[in-house]
Design a protein around this ligand. Sequence first.
Ligand SMILES: Nc1ncnc2c1ncn2[C@@H]1O[C@H](COP(=O)(O)OP(=O)(O)OP(=O)(O)O)[C@@H](O)[C@H]1O
Length: 405
Amino acid sequence: MASLLHRLGKGRTCYTQFSRIGRSLASEATAMYGKPLQLPLQARWMSTPAGTVTGFDEMIKGTQRKFYLLGGKGGVGKTSCAASLAVKFANHGHPTIVVSTDPAHSLSDSFAQDLTGGTLVPVQGVDSPLFALELNPEKAKEEFRKSQKAGNDGVKDLMDGMGLGMLSDQFGDLKLGELLDTPPPGLDEAIAVSKACQSLIYIFFSFSFQVLQITESEEYSKFTRIVFDTAPTGHTLRLLSLPDFMDASIGKMLKLKEKLSSATSALKSMFGKNDGQKQQLTSNKLEKLREKMYKVRDLFRDSDSTEFIIVTIPTVMAVSESSRLHASLLKESIPVHRLVVNQLLPPLATDCKFCAMRRKDQARALDMIQKDPGLDKLRLVEAPLFDAEIRGVPALKFMGDTVWK
Ligand SMILES: Nc1ncnc2c1ncn2[C@@H]1O[C@H](COP(=O)(O)OP(=O)(O)OP(=O)(O)O)[C@@H](O)[C@H]1O
């Protein structure tokens, strides 16, 4: 860290032979795609920060499955860092999946390949199998509907079993607006719960079930590295605290059910009767749901299998958010060891006034990291500001080789 501040402060000259890098990237991509590159991939990298060691050797050690979640403030480079890490894992022999949990996906843009569709899509141009998955809330909705029609276990069943069938019918068909417009009398609380449940179901379907599928199904068993490109901080924190949130929601539902069963006979008839068998079914389903939630929660708290990598840029705002994110992750007991500082201005022999000002700003932000009681304990991964957009496998490979060392 001190050396980084020193480099930024002094503006020590450290040019790379960018023409060499540009040439090697260009020939690699020409070989891969059979045609010369578009401008961005041929563009040169301005300079290299003197080598930092991110502990990549440690990250590729072993064939036990490992999960890396990359997260941070919007626009700091989460996707680029996640995609470049996934490419590097694959090129080091790890069958890898890169999963986007951000509803505004950009994996396809980053890889410059169509990876949409909500299913595993093979990424072209890497040595080992690399698949991408953009979690698709629309697809999750569809699956939810299908599971309802097929009568499978699901939230509708759960709510039915709890005597909230009428509510779940409307909820299941996603006519929440209608329900809110004409709430049955006395159901304010139920609506509040169902509202919370709506967003929760999609997150639960498109994230937790996917995670469980990856961990439990045969189809995914060959993958040894799973890299998550997460949504900006707030969304990701909600996602990670989902199991506890769901637990609390289920608790609320049970309380609500108790209240309803002791309410007036008119209300009781509205919800139908609950016999002992149904009660048992409900408890079993709740237990199953709880088990799933806890599995996901435990997985992301297990430091042998999971690491959350915070990505930031050297600005006061981004560092402040990273500090809060780090504190929240600690509170959730999610292991964090590394902090990527992306878009660091490369040291140059001479600075224009603009660059000098930006460099000063970056030095101030780095100083903040150094003094933050939390971030200061993380291993710093330095990622330079490249002079071209990072798009496509050759560029991601180049970024990976530069950053993950
Ligand atoms: N080190 C870098 N040098 C140059 N450009 C970069 C660097 N890192 C990221 N970029 C560019 O910045 C833009 C945003 O990056 P990216 O999509 O990875 O960020 P993000 O944090 O995932 O964004 P969002 O929060 O919107 O999902 C992209 O155009 C990417 O190519």
